[in-house]
Design a protein around this ligand. Structure first.
Ligand code: NCD
Length: 307
């Protein structure tokens, strides 16, 4: 256990294992409580949490809102459409002005890498990164770790195949850092064009789906991040991708019989995964990831912002 709770949660790269264990343990308690009538406490009573989203989001923003409300906080949601960004104000000024209202925490999503990091220089409040560009999405990585650990009882030694657009995925980056910290065998399974550069030495890169899935304990599908591609994929490119990289029941036969299939959402049904597989409770833990998300974010808010 660690007593060194940081002021902000910006990246997974520098998190130490003891802190992650503390977060997961707390999140496991909230996961159980969230299935009962006793979902609420007052750990954040009197605190103000601002969800400051400069990019669209349904799952992550709602998840943080529910988490903060279950802890008794006041929650303000600000999305780009309602913000002053359209009048030319910089994100740093927007955050600085809200900070002047003595809020306690910001949950920030922005299309630019490191924007939450920059904002920390302009505010007193805690900052939690809810996804910055192609960089990181720490709470998604943590909720995925929670989901895997709840299902498999461990992380160490598991073979995790992260499949699809790894190059543009902040989710993949956060997962790779955290899974490495806990000793998983990580495979990045993607066509060469969607492979990330600069991967840690713990990661094996495989350009073939069948090979990548072989013997996997955990399969993680990713959406193609079309909004971040420097080119637009032609219908032929898409057909080829679907033919060679779409996850389906046939392909996952190559994985361990008790493999689990994950996806951070939003799913593009029929592209990176078939609907039948995404909805098959024998393999898919996609909805459980969403459930884990609220518990995990309660744990993070509680530890960082709570009394
Ligand atoms: C992801 C994101 O926004 O980074 N979604 C999420 O937060 N669960 C992944 C995506 O957009 O594909």
């Amino acid at each position: 256990m660690t007593n060194l709770i940081p002021h902000h949660l910006l990246d997974t790269a520098n998190l130490d294992r003891a802190l992650v264990e503390t977060i997961l343990t707390r999140a496991e308690q909230y996961f159980i409580a969230n299935r009962t009538e006793q979902k609420h406490n007052n750990h954040l009573a009197g605190k103000t949490v601002v969800n400051l989203f400069f990019e669209p989001s349904t799952r992550t923003r709602t998840s943080f809102e529910i988490a903060a409300k279950r802890l008794g906080a006041d929650v303000i949601n600000i999305s780009l459409e309602q913000s002053s960004a359209k009048k030319g104000e910089t994100p740093l000024d927007t955050a600085g002005n809200l900070d002047a209202m003595n809020v306690d925490a910001f949950v920030i999503r922005h299309a630019e890498n490191n924007m939450p990091h920059q904002i920390t220089q302009h505010v007193k409040a805690h900052v939690i990164n809810a996804g910055d560009g192609t960089n990181e999405h720490p709470t998604q990585g943590l909720l995925d770790l929670l989901t895997i650990r709840r299902r498999k009882g461990r992380i160490e030694g598991l073979t995790v195949a992260i499949c699809g657009d790894v190059a543009h995925s902040r989710v993949a980056r956060s997962n790779i850092n955290l899974l490495s910290l806990f000793g998983a065998n990580i495979r990045v399974v993607a066509p060469a064009a969607l492979n990330a550069g600069n991967l840690p030495p713990t990661v094996t890169v495989i350009n073939n789906l069948e090979e990548g899935l072989s013997g996997a304990d955990v399969i993680m599908a990713l959406r193609i991040q079309h909004e971040r591609l420097s080119y637009s994929m032609s219908p032929q490119d898409m057909d080829q991708y679907i033919k060679t990289f779409r996850l389906n029941h046939d392909k996952i036969k190559l994985a361990k019989p008790d493999t689990i299939v994950m996806h951070p959402g939003p799913i593009n049904r029929g592209v990176e995964i078939t609907s039948e597989l995404a909805d098959d409770p024998a393999y898919s833990v996609i909805r459980e990831q969403v459930e884990s998300g609220v518990a995990l974010r309660m744990a993070v808010l509680d530890l960082l912002v709570g009394k």
